[in-house]
Design a protein around this ligand. Structure first.
Ligand code: FPP
Length: 249
């Protein structure tokens, strides 16, 4: 399995990989440690997968780092996650610059603590001209929030006659999502053996390939990531068409 990277077809890489990073708490519990310990170790997997994506030449990597529902967790855990975000951004900004990585966020980021917003904005600004990997952090994100938010904004633009279309198309609607300008994911990975989407990118994953692994997020390393891409490369994406139609293209 060590040379799995050599088996990848470098001409046929996914443009966008999205990941539901799950299992930090269970990983820590299995070691008799606190959930926060799991999150801290989860940052190492974030680094590995980000570096691997940048090296391979993947254009977009979206990580589900904090969901709208995560606000219901104990305040101590929320604070740990917020501090981890700030410290990770501070620590990794040099790596983002060195690797030509652009940082973006999706979600209701206005609901994040001011300090987190400030650090994020700074990093987004510093990396805004980078042309390599775009690392998208989903923060205070949930798909239903995003869709309702898009409808409200679109409704406002219709009222203000900024939008005068009689018919709302998928293309127009997509522009109001926080993922506007980001292509839909080709591959969605979820770790920890759970088979759920958990309110993540519901609109955007209409045709994404789904990959589930039992590995807990802090154990997920670059070889596991290559494995998921290898698996994708051996699937046939038909987008509702037949095999024959795809092969004769
Ligand atoms: C899910 O594990 C993971 C999260 C809610 C947060 C993920 C956050 C990080 C990896 C750290 C910070 C991120 C960045 C981008 C620097 P869980 O707690 O739900 O695990 P469990 O299901 O085993 O309880």
């Amino acid at each position: 399995m060590d040379n799995i990277i050599n088996k990848l077809d470098k001409q046929n890489l996914p443009c966008h990989v999205a990941i539901i990073m799950d299992g930090n708490g269970r990983w820590a519990k299995s070691l008799g440690k606190s959930r926060s310990f799991g999150h801290k170790n989860g940052v190492n997997s974030v680094r590995e997968v980000t570096e691997a994506s940048a090296e391979l030449g993947i254009k977009y990597l979206t990580l589900y780092a904090f969901s709208t529902e995560n606000w219901n967790r104990p305040i101590f855990e929320i604070n740990t996650l917020m501090s981890l975000l700030v410290s990770s951004i501070n620590k990794e900004i040099k790596t983002l610059i060195k690797n030509n990585i652009r940082l973006l966020t999706i979600g209701n980021t206005e609901s994040l603590p001011k300090k987190v917003q400030k650090e994020l904005l700074k990093a987004i600004e510093i990396t805004s001209k980078h042309t390599g990997l775009t690392l998208v952090l989903a923060l205070s994100y949930s798909s239903r929030w995003e869709i309702i938010n898009a409808i409200n904004k679109l409704n406002q633009d219709i009222k203000n006659e900024i939008v005068t279309n009689d018919i709302i198309t998928e293309e127009l609607f997509s522009k109001y999502l926080t993922t506007h300008d980001i292509p839909d994911p080709d591959l969605l990975i979820r770790t920890s053996g759970e088979y759920r989407i958990s309110n993540f990118l519901l609109w955007q994953i209409a045709y994404s390939e789904l990959y589930f692994t039992k590995k807990l997020w802090p154990d997920f390393n670059r070889n596991d990531f290559y494995e998921a891409i290898f698996d994708l490369q051996n699937r046939e994406r038909r987008f509702g068409q037949t095999s024959e139609q795809i092969r004769n293209k």
